[in-house]
Write a protein that binds this ligand. Structure first.
Ligand SMILES: NC(=O)c1ccc[n+]([C@@H]2O[C@H](COP(=O)([O-])OP(=O)(O)OC[C@H]3O[C@@H](n4cnc5c(N)ncnc54)[C@H](O)[C@@H]3O)[C@@H](O)[C@H]2O)c1
Length: 276
């Protein structure tokens, strides 16, 4: 039988082998090749950094945000430039029906869901005595109920696949509390309890669930703080600096991938040593 490719010389042969080796090595080294990840609230900030990091390891990315405007389209283009499939969906994560509709659409578009990152979040800070019911409800619904909505919608898909990794974006203040953030810290503590509970419920189905508790991360959310508040935070951080979205994304990659195949029901602080 005639070979499909005839190499003219041994040099040509070894060049071809070298090319195949590199292609293979690139494929083998990608941690999330062929996986599908949903990242909520990912048009910007930490969510965007996570989407890009997971994509850089081969995952196809479905991300959501309240609107997919120019910012969201740019994010989608940046993810696609890494050679994976990417699509941004406008959806309010706080709404149960919206979330189930968007997850159905994502499954139609992408075929499966391997990773869920519950990242969408807001703050509406205020001292307890002055906190309004609206401030309380908004933060609990966007931060905590959204995680329930997405976990509820994706787990039937993950159960059928007998695998999945769920990651809740909590906060150090969900672990330790914070004056002036009763609503936010309660929502973030709730995300830890939620991750630990579903880790116990779904572990036997091959689904892992964990939480990340970032400290002070430089994003638009923290740019709203005054210089005085920022200086106070810095003093509390042994590494004496805020973290970057990329530094949270690296830990998310660990929890999303098989690097953490025996890690479930845990909280990882990403806070420069602030919470020990
Ligand atoms: N920045 C920090 O220092 C820090 C620290 C600890 C935890 N976190 C958490 O990390 C996550 C990301 O924070 P960030 O700093 O990137 O914030 P960010 O404000 O820059 O980004 C949050 C994103 O969520 C989106 N969003 C808000 N409400 C939504 C909703 N109802 N449905 C869908 N999307 C919605 C926003 O439009 C935005 O794109 C949040 O959950 C936040 O609480 C941040």
């Amino acid at each position: 039988m005639k070979p499909d490719v005839i190499f003219e010389s041994s040099e040509c042969h070894s060049l071809a082998n070298r090319h195949t080796d590199t292609t293979l090595r690139n494929k083998i080294m990608k941690l999330l090749e062929g996986k599908v990840a949903i990242v909520t609230g990912a048009a910007r900030g930490i969510g965007k950094a996570i989407a890009l990091k997971l994509a850089s390891e081969g995952a196809n990315i479905a991300f959501t945000d309240l609107v997919i405007d120019e910012n969201g389209i740019n994010t989608q283009n940046e993810i696609e430039a890494l050679g994976v499939k990417a699509k941004g969906y406008a959806s309010n994560a706080a709404l149960y029906d919206d979330t189930h509709t968007v997850v159905d659409q994502i499954v139609k578009d992408f075929g499966r869901v391997d990773i869920l990152v519950n990242n969408a979040g807001i703050t509406k800070d205020g001292l307890m005595m002055r906190m309004t019911e609206l401030q309380w409800d908004a933060v609990i619904n966007v931060n905590l109920k959204s995680a329930f909505n997405f976990i509820h919608a994706v787990t039937p898909v993950m159960m059928k696949q007998k695998s999945g990794s769920i990651i809740n974006m909590s906060s150090v203040v969900g672990v330790s509390g914070n004056a002036g953030q009763a609503n936010y810290s309660a929502s973030k503590a709730g995300m830890i309890g939620l991750a630990k509970s579903v880790a116990k419920e779904f572990g036997s189905r091959g689904i892992r669930a964990n939480a990340i508790a970032p400290g002070f991360i430089e994003t638009e959310m923290t740019h709203a703080l005054t210089d005085e508040q920022r200086a106070k935070w810095s003093e509390l951080i042994p590494l004496r600096r805020g973290g970057s979205p990329e530094e949270v994304a690296k830990v998310t990659l660990f929890l999303a991938s098989d690097l953490s195949s025996y890690v479930s029901g845990q909280v990882i602080n990403v806070c420069g040593g602030m919470n020990t």
